[in-house]
Design a protein around this ligand. Structure first.
Ligand SMILES: Cc1ncc(COP(=O)(O)O)c(C=O)c1O
Length: 346
């Protein structure tokens, strides 16, 4: 039985074209700035998101951490959503390693932070308070149903930040999903922020890698932060080669993932005992709820796995399924059949 793995878009395996590119990659020592494939990926990435420079890092977690370490000093405070990845799932790295104080404020269901909440969280200049330094946004927003933040919202937040002398970092792990969902060039979503990180290894299906993007000066400093974190890699062109293929060939197919997510969500609506807010399914991330006595999310995920379909249990009754490269409409139909079977026998 072939497994249909919908736990995350990080489970993708490299395409044949990526494997070929990895095999043929021209390499050098990237810590000396001498890996031509890394240099090409960094230049391509900066151009794609409309920034002066970019820096390859191993993970999205390091991308966010190195960016925030570069913007902030110890004792500074950053404003971020209480459901955002950096606050919830990055092992408290900004505090543990950077002495940076997180100030979480409520994420709205559409992934935004209310402007009033941001304003209220900005500290006045007073010796008792940490210094507010940065606002962190996440687009698309993983925990908020993969919601895409609009260009208009991004601009308003960056304007607010400028008025208060703050900088904005964007966790754009899935920024290309956002651009596709909104039908805009990705630059419209990245132009106004001071820095962003985006991932090659999620919706773009590369095996490894994320890029930090910003001004030339910012990226030069982030390079030092990357080194401190142990992220200076040598013949990293092995990674970059697949990343170049990802940027060249994977952004145009993201709509397929979004269509498959919508297909899955529309199917879930039809299954008794499951519920989902269809209007919230905008990109490739589908959250749904199970409401059956004796069948919690974990047990449902276990039974589904027995049918060859993997999803993630993310709460007592909440589950997540993510569509990605390698998942077809037919796989979605099979997953729905498995879900219906499990629910009928529950
Ligand atoms: C929104 C978001 N940011 C950052 C990350 C971290 O990426 P990585 O797993 O490469 O560290 C993830 C991972 O899923 C994510 O969903």
């Amino acid at each position: 039985m072939e497994t249909i793995d919908l736990r995350s878009d990080t489970v993708t395996l490299p395409s044949d074209e990526m494997r070929e590119a990895i095999y043929r990659a021209e390499l050098g020592d990237d810590v000396f700035g001498e890996d031509p494939t890394v240099n090409r990926l960094e230049q391509m990435s900066a151009e794609r998101v409309g920034k002066e420079a970019a820096l390859l890092v191993p993970t999205g977690t390091m991308g966010n951490l190195a960016s925030i370490l570069t913007h902030c000093r110890r004792g500074d405070e950053i404003i971020l959503g209480d459901h955002c990845h950096t606050f919830l799932y990055e092992a408290g790295g900004i505090s543990a390693l950077g002495g940076i104080h997180p100030r979480p404020i409520p994420n709205q269901p559409d992934g935004t932070l209310r402007l009033e909440d941001i304003e209220a969280a900005i500290r006045p200049d007073n010796v008792h308070f940490p210094r507010t330094r940065l606002i962190c946004l996440e687009n698309t927003h993983n925990r908020c149903n993969g919601a895409a933040l609009t260009p208009e919202y991004t601009v308003v937040v960056t304007e607010l930040a400028r008025r208060h002398g703050l900088v904005v970092h964007l966790d754009g792990a899935r920024i290309f999903n956002a651009a596709v969902a909104l039908g805009v060039d990705v630059r419209v979503l990245t132009r106004d922020v001071d820095s962003l990180s985006f991932c090659l290894s999620k919706g773009l299906a590369a095996p490894v890698g994320s890029l930090i993007c910003g001004t030339r000066d910012f990226v030069a400093e982030a390079r030092r932060a990357r080194k401190i974190l142990g992220g200076g890699m040598r013949q990293a062109g092995i990674i970059a080669a697949a990343g170049i293929v990802a940027l060249d060939s994977m952004t145009d197919r993201i709509q397929v993932d979004h269509d498959n997510a919508a297909r899955l969500a529309e199917g879930i609506v039809q299954i008794s005992g499951l519920s989902i807010d269809l209007a919230r399914v905008q990109t490739n991330i589908v959250y749904f709820e199970v409401a059956r006595e004796r069948l919690g999310a974990e047990e449902l995920a276990r039974r589904l796995a027995g049918q060859g379909v993997k999803v993630l249990s993310v709460g007592p009754t909440r589950l997540r399924a993510v569509t990605h490269y390698g998942i077809t409409a037919d796989d979605i139909d099979q997953a729905l059949t498995a879900l219906a079977t499990v629910m009928t026998s529950a």
